[in-house]
Design a protein around this ligand. Sequence first.
Ligand code: NAD
Length: 504
Amino acid sequence: MSDLDTHRAALAPLLVKHAKAGILNLIDGQSLPARSGATFATHSPVDDSFIADVARSDAADIDAAAKAAKKAFPAWAALGGEARKKLLHKIADLIVERADEIALCECWDTGQAYKFMSKAALRGADNFRFFADMAPAARDGQSLPTPTHMNVTSRAPMGPVGVITPWNTPFMLSTWKIAPALAAGCTVVHKPAEFSPLTARLLAEICHEAGLPAGVLNLVNGMGEDAGRSLTEHPDIKAIAFVGETKTGSAIMKQGADTLKRVHFELGGKNPVVVFDDADLDRALDAAIFMIYSLNGERCTSSSRLLVQKSIAANFQAKLIERVNKIKVGHPLDPKTEVGPLIHKTHLDKVMSYFDVAKAEGATIAAGGARHGEQGCFVQPTLFTNATRGMAIAQEEIFGPVLTVIPFEDEAEALSIANDVAYGLAGYLWTNDITRALRFSNAMEAGMIWVNSENVRHLPTPFGGVKASGIGRDGGHWSFDFYMEQKNIAIALGTHKITQLGMG
Ligand code: NAD
């Protein structure tokens, strides 16, 4: 039996279970259909086969979930950090136990390759462990004394919060948002993307099984424009942590205005990888390829623009073309597959529409540039060369396995091209000149910069973007700053003179 067949066989009973049960909400500890009874079908991007009917929730379901989260909040917030730590570690243990089930479901539901999803499931467990360990110190503050007052700061959880997630690596991203919220003492209503509901359901089940009290994590499935919108407008929900498209972030900001929602946005990117001629070019090549073609290019931090110095461009490009042509596109459950199908047909059409755009703009399609096969949402890994900075392929987030190469003359030109986009999430820089690396990194408009490296996350560091790529930061205490309120208590020492009024 091949590895692919083994994975298929392991997935089959899981799919039967999901098809039979449907993907239900989890509200106040209860698995429930949408109150209206409405459902929508979810299909696999591998072959368009039916997976399950999913609860199509609306404002009434969101209201029930928000009320459950509100009811559960005082006890959850009052529970000590040590107790929350224990529970969150238990969740991580159960994720590890079910990591293969999560990976298989994620592959089938999203088209992401098993090669990466098996690691992403474990990353989800790491996210829980990391924030579990931070839970006991979540409320800690500072002592800021003056000669007249003792100032004591502390943090308190905000209340019930909403988490809205996208379809790319949805399990890992959900844990990245939900784990710190729970560790901080907030209760959560999670609205996952309509295109990838399977693993959100698994996460809710796992949390429930680990002993998370009813109402602490609620799952409400549905469409962005009804369930998502209602969550952002609900008066009991104090904050919205959102990961998704820039234009959706903008809509959420408007929707949340009347209830003064605190928002945290992780949005789109058009991230540059800048390769200077003094770099370790073999490592730069590996990293540039990994950062755009892994995860099907459906990755916010993908290096979708390659800025390469003219003196090495021809050679670097030739090697790139050779490698891109060898990337293995295939069934996501095959462990050898490097690129699987895109999330759905509309997205496939969007990605492929850029092939015509590129040609019309005068760029060259140096590799790929067509659909892969007849069935499913597969596309060839694609490389555009002879591009210039103003082209749509150099400006817009394509969100697929598509790389645009733009040559540059010198540092000044590279910086100007790197910053000449609406986005500012990540930047990658390849040079062995340390002074240039520092100078360039300081000037690059991005929230995160990796020098001589692909994206390697260290969880205590801040994650997030500038410009149209987001508002706020995740990671370490930055996550707690979002999910918690700061309070200062000033205690007078009884020594200062109070200004007296009404003394005549
Ligand atoms: P999307 O914005 O279409 O959807 C994301 C979520 O928002 C879904 O759950 C959707 O149902 C919901 N939604 C849609 N309209 C809504 C509304 N009006 N009110 C409330 N909720 C609404 O994004 P997507 O297509 O699922 O994901 C891809 C995008 O996510 C890309 O742009 C990508 O760059 C971005 N992303 C960013 C990061 C980051 O860290 N910056 C990480 C992953 C993905």
